[in-house]
Design a protein around this ligand. Structure first.
Ligand code: MSP
Length: 652
């Protein structure tokens, strides 16, 4: 049960719906999700917010291009973000859209209050306007006559507008940043903001004439104008809690972490902080600006045709592998590069070899020596203490690192524990212990500790790889609710109960061969070249086959078969030789499933066999049929039945 006094509020930026989401958007959201999940494990009541920024010039222009009205455009596009977050297992507690009435009414309320307080005034303005960034600049801000932020051309604009008296808060804000070390993180970014505040701070233009931009929230005190998109969007962090008076009652104010990319640090550190100050609301405890992802060394952009399509990444590699890669590969705060080599390297070495092998070998040995039941330990020796100490040290050190969002260091530490568990098994050599009676007494402790180390690891990786953690729990036989075990249970050894019946399953992360990886990455990037084409649709296209008649279908003789023998084919990584009973006879079948299934676990299973396939010879062995299975991102899952069926029954 979460402790009602421990509350935690974390946010992502709300993303523009001028285009479909890409891996950069996924990055911030996954990072926030990892923190939210960790805090929940630690007994906090968490409020994790994300959403979409649906007003402003960019969105309006995008809608015009597609030829639909702006509301229809944002209704369709915001769904892409929601769908993607589901696929990435994002556990947000709310999703706010700036076109919702609950948001608009709070924006109007804040504007009216500030206007009444004299914080907003109307003036004639002449300046340089960057359309893509939607920001005004003074002559001296420009760099070579272009926007200092994005380098693109700016337009000279003269008009009457409303201004928020931001400039008056400069000294106060500098002081606040200096006094609150964690307010802007990491430290290098903090210095950047302080540098920015060394220059005079202009007042902020917060309106756009309606005749130039009709798509926005009308100012409550002058409906010839709409609200500047940033002034509107930033308020989402407040409006999600309901009317302004609710904020003190909601239990989630001030915000603990606003996560943002480095591109939007100024708007958060300066605009948002001064807006909050003027409204009389407490500032967030921290604004953390992370780095920027490039692809093979280049900025991700549609014109470069290198945008990484996140849906396809999930299709091909699974959400957890991508979540792990993004948070492990670069320190949060620094820029990173997305490359095939780096991604595949991490999947094969960290996930398939280190983590996957640990689980497989431990469960195999438990199966072999204890029929899959976790034994009771027989007292701990000093050589066991090394593993136990490493586990508690990992829990302690990763906890401290979470305060500064040191994701990659946290993952390095957890993998040190994975390595320590692998080394422990090597050093204790259960296969030797099993040979003697004295050894067997010791074996129980070694196998118990191995299982408990894996349980600890599963809890620690849950914030990063929730699906994998649940799979490990399932295979350990301890249910799926990692959250119900909580962080407390990794702080002391012994959470797994002797007598627990394990349930080994397929490999967590099958290795990906270089050729296969190349093909996959080509599709991921080719699909993004198709612009806003959705990934699932692109995949469907690839798999579309011609229609067949029912007569054609019935030419295939699908039969139930019971596997009676299974052994690995020597010198082959993938092949298993099976003997399959199909009622009338026993067939010899060679199947490419060895990377996902241990042969011993296949015996007794009922599968579906293509019984009238022409025999073929694989590695010198005749195969008299083909076993049906789904191949998902290289992981093979056999087709089966949810109730017992006898061998030889036709499947249609
Ligand atoms: N709508 C504003 C934010 C308003 S918040 C009150 C906005 N939206 S955005 O769609 O452009 O998203 C910007 C955010 O997406 C960045 O701050 C960052 O969190 C993420 N990223 C977009 N591209 C990225 C990379 N290439 N690399 C890393 N993160 C990136 O700005």
């Amino acid at each position: 049960m979460p402790d009602p006094r421990k509350t935690f509020f974390i946010t992502t930026p709300i993303y523009y719906v001028n285009d479909v989401p890409h891996v950069g958007h996924a990055y911030t959201t996954i990072a926030a999700d990892a923190v939210a999940r960790y805090k929940r494990l630690d007994g906090y009541r968490v409020f994790f917010l994300t959403g979409t920024d649906e007003h402003g010039q960019k969105v309006h222009q995008a809608a015009q291009k597609t030829g639909v009205g702006p509301q229809q455009h944002v209704d369709a596009l915001h769904q892409r973000f929601k769908d993607l977050w589901k696929r990435f297992e994002i556990s947000n507690d709310d999703f706010i859209r700036t076109t919702e009435e609950r948001h608009k009414s709070v924006v109007r309320d804040i504007l009216q209050r500030l206007y009444d307080q004299g914080e907003i005034y109307k003036a004639s303005y002449e300046g340089w306007y960057c359309l893509p960034d939607e920001r005004f600049w003074t002559e001296k801000d420009l760099v070579n006559g272009n926007c200092p932020e994005c380098g693109r051309a700016v337009d000279k604009i003269q008009e009457h507008n409303y201004f928020f008296k931001m400039g008056q808060y400069r000294d106060w804000l500098s002081g606040h940043i200096r006094q609150n070390e964690n307010f802007i993180q990491p430290a290098s970014r903090r210095n950047e903001v302080l540098g920015f505040l060394n220059k005079p701070l202009e007042d902020l233009c917060i309106s756009r004439p309606r005749e130039r931009l009709p798509w926005g929230i009308p100012l409550p005190f002058d409906d010839n104008y709409v609200t500047y998109v940033w002034f509107d969007a930033l308020i989402n962090y407040v409006s999600v809690h309901g009317p302004l008076e609710e904020i003190r009652r909601c239990g989630f104010w001030p915000c603990d972490h606003h996560l943002v990319g480095k591109d939007i640090l100024t708007t958060h550190a300066v605009y948002w902080s001064t807006m909050l100050k003027a409204t009389g609301l407490e500032l967030p405890k921290s604004i953390f600006a992370h780095g920027w992802w490039t692809v093979n060394g280049q900025k991700m952009s549609k014109s470069q045709r290198n945008v990484v399509e996140p849906n396809l990444l999930v299709d091909r590699f699974g959400a957890d592998a991508i979540r792990y890669f993004l948070l492990r590969e670069v320190p949060f705060g620094q820029d990173g590069d997305f490359s095939r080599e780096a991604l595949i390297g991490r999947i094969n070495s960290d996930l398939a070899n280190n983590l996957g092998n640990l689980l497989n070998r431990a469960l195999n040995m438990l199966d072999k020596y204890y029929a899959g039941v976790v034994p009771a330990p027989n007292g701990q020796l000093p050589e066991d203490a090394r593993l136990l100490d490493k586990a508690s040290e990992t829990a302690r050190e990763t906890h401290a690192l979470f305060d500064h969002l040191g994701f990659n260091k946290i993952l390095i530490k957890i993998w040190e524990l994975v390595d320590a568990a692998n080394v422990y098994i090597n050093d204790m050599a259960p296969w030797n212990l099993f040979k003697t009676e004295e050894g067997k007494a010791r074996l129980a402790t070694v196998m118990y500790n191995s299982a408990e180390a894996i349980r600890t690891i599963a809890i620690l990786i849950h914030p990063f790889m929730p699906e994998t953690a649940a799979k490990i729990f399932r295979q350990l036989g301890i249910g799926e609710s990692v959250e119900s075990h909580g962080l407390e249970s990794v702080r002391k050894w012994g959470g797994i109960q002797p007598g627990t019946k394990t349930a080994p399953g397929p490999q967590l992360f099958p290795r990906i061969e270089e050729e296969q990886a190349k093909k996959i990455m080509d599709t991921v990037q080719n699909a993004s070249q198709a612009g806003t084409e959705s990934a699932p649709a692109a995949q469907k296209q690839e798999e579309k086959l011609e229609q067949v008649s029912i007569e054609d279908f019935f030419k295939i003789d699908l039969r139930t078969g019971k596997i009676v023998e299974a052994e690995k084919v020597k010198k082959s990584k993938k092949l298993v030789k099976l003997k399959v009973d199909i009622g009338s006879e026993v067939r010899q079948v060679v199947a490419g499933i060895a990377e996902s299934y241990e042969p011993e676990r296949l015996v007794g299973r009922t599968i579906v066999l293509v019984a009238n396939l022409k025999p073929a010879t694989l590695m010198g062995i005749e195969s008299q049929g083909m076993v049906l299975a789904a191949s998902d991102n290289g992981k093979i899952v056999l087709a089966g039945f949810d109730e017992e069926v006898k061998p030889g029954v036709r499947v249609k």
